[in-house]
Design a protein around this ligand. Structure first.
Ligand SMILES: NC(=O)c1ccc[n+]([C@@H]2O[C@H](COP(=O)([O-])OP(=O)(O)OC[C@H]3O[C@@H](n4cnc5c(N)ncnc54)[C@H](OP(=O)(O)O)[C@@H]3O)[C@@H](O)[C@H]2O)c1
Length: 330
C-alpha cells in the first residue's frame, strides 16, 4: 500500500510499504480519507514523547472494513466506519490509564491506504457525513466533546469563549457549545476566521494579536473558556473568566504561561480543568450528539495522499480554518 512515512525528524515521504495484517480481534480498514491533527505535526517536528522511526502518523480516518483477524465479528466486513483513535483508555472515567495510546504512534496510523485496528475502535460512519467530513471527526471531535461536555459541562445559556478558532479542536468546541445552546465567542489571529466562526453560530470574536483584545472581550465575562494555546496569552484568559468560571485546557501550542497570578485563580474561585482525548463513553456520546444535531466537521482543505506534505506545511503555517483532510486514491 501507499503510506506517508516519517523516517526521522522532518523527513517525510509518500512511499510503498507492506499492507497491514490484522492480528486476532483486529480489522483492516481501507481508508477513503484521513485527517491531520496538531499531534502529527509535533511528531514530524520531533516534539512528541515516545518518538519511533519509521512511523506512519495519522489518528483520524474513515473507510471500509476489508479484512478481519481471527475472532473479529464477521459482521464488520464491508462496513463503512470511522475509527476511535484512543486505544486502551482503561477502567476509570476520570482519566486514561497507563496503557492508553493514540493511533499514529506507536501504532501505525491512518495516513496510509490501509490501517489495522482492534474492532473495538470501529463505529459506523455517521450517515450524514461525506468521507472527508467523517475522517475529520474523530480526534478533534472527541477531544472537544470531553472538554466542552464532560469536563466543563457547558450548560445552555452559558457564555463560552473558544480560543484560536482556526484550529480543529476549537472549531468542534464551537459547534458543540452552540448546539448545546451556549452563547459562544471566539478568538483568532485572522478576521476571516472569526467571520467563518460567526457563520457557524458564534456571536462574535476578537483578534488575539491585537494588544487590547482582552479588554474589548470583557474581563470577568465568560463562564467557560476552552483553550489549547496556553503561553503568554493564558493570563488574559484568567482575567476573562467570570467568578466561579471554568477554564478547560487540552493543549499548549504556545508553551507554558511565563507567569500566572495565582491570586486571580483562587480569589475568583476559578477551576482550571485539564483534558485529553476522551473515554469510550465520551466517544459514543459524541457520535450520538453529532448524528442528532447533524453537525458537520469544518474541512479546511482536501489534498491527495501524494500531497500530504503540503497538508503538514499548511498546518505549520497556521493557514487552516478547520481540518486538513487527506483523500486516498481508493
Ligand atoms: N490533549 C489532547 O487530547 C489534545 C487533542 C487535540 C489537540 N491537542 C492540542 O491542542 C492544540 C490544538 O490542536 P489542533 O489539532 O486543533 O491544532 P490546529 O488545527 O493546528 O490549530 C492550532 C490553532 O491554534 C491557534 N493559536 C495559535 N496561537 C494561538 C494563540 N497565541 N492564542 C490562541 N490561539 C492560538 C490558531 O488559531 P487561529 O488560526 O484562529 O489564529 C491555530 O489555528 C495543539 O497544541 C494540540 O497538540 C490536544
Amino acid at each position: 500500500m501507499r503510506a506517508l512515512l516519517l523516517t526521522a525528524v522532518n523527513e517525510l515521504q509518500v512511499t510503498t510499504v507492506p499492507d497491514p495484517v490484522p492480528a486476532a480481534g483486529e480489522a483492516v480498514v481501507t481508508l477513503r480519507a484521513a485527517a491531520l491533527n496538531h499531534r502529527d505535526l509535533w511528531i514530524k517536528l520531533g516534539q512528541y514523547a515516545g518518538l519511533r522511526w519509521p512511523c506512519i502518523p495519522g489518528s483520524d480516518g474513515a473507510g471500509v472494513v476489508t479484512a478481519l483477524g481471527a475472532g473479529a465479528p464477521a459482521a464488520w466486513l464491508g462496513r463503512e466506519v470511522v475509527i476511535n483513535p484512543g486505544l486502551d483508555w482503561g477502567a476509570s472515567a476520570a482519566a486514561q490509564g497507563e496503557q492508553f495510546s493514540i493511533l499514529g504512534l506507536p501504532r501505525a496510523g491512518t495516513l496510509a491506504e490501509q490501517v489495522a485496528v482492534p474492532v473495538g475502535q470501529l463505529a459506523p460512519k455517521p450517515a450524514h457525513l461525506t468521507w472527508e467530513e467523517a475522517a475529520a471527526l474523530p480526534l478533534a471531535g472527541l477531544t472537544a466533546w470531553r472538554a466542552v461536555m464532560t469536563r466543563a459541562a457547558v450548560q445552555p445559556g452559558e457564555r463560552v469563549l473558544v480560543t484560536g478558532i482556526g484550529g480543529g479542536v476549537a472549531l468542534f468546541a464551537l459547534q458543540l457549545a452552540v448546539a448545546q445552546g451556549a452563547e459562544v465567542w471566539v478568538t483568532s489571529s485572522a478576521d476571516e476566521k472569526i467571520a467563518r466562526a460567526v457563520a457557524h453560530g458564534a456571536r462574535g470574536g476578537f483578534r488575539y494579536t491585537a494588544p487590547d483584545w482582552a479588554q474589548a472581550a470583557g474581563p470577568g465575562r465568560f463562564a467557560v473558556i476552552v483553550d489549547s494555546a496556553g503561553g503568554a496569552g493564558f493570563e488574559a484568559l484568567v482575567e476573562l473568566a467570570a467568578p466561579g468560571g471554568r477554564i478547560v485546557l487540552c493543549g499548549a501550542t504556545r508553551g507554558n504561561p511565563p507567569g500566572l497570578t495565582l491570586r486571580k485563580v483562587f480569589w475568583r474561585q476559578l477551576s482550571i480543568l485539564g483534558t485529553t482525548m476522551g473515554s469510550p463513553a465520551d466517544w459514543e456520546a459524541m457520535l450520538a450528539f453529532v448524528a442528532r444535531h447533524r453537525l458537520q466537521p469544518v474541512v479546511s482543505s482536501v489534498l491527495p495522499l501524494a500531497q500530504a506534505a503540503e497538508a503538514f506545511a499548511r498546518m505549520e503555517r497556521g493557514d487552516q480554518c478547520g481540518k486538513l483532510v487527506v483523500r486516498m486514491a481508493t
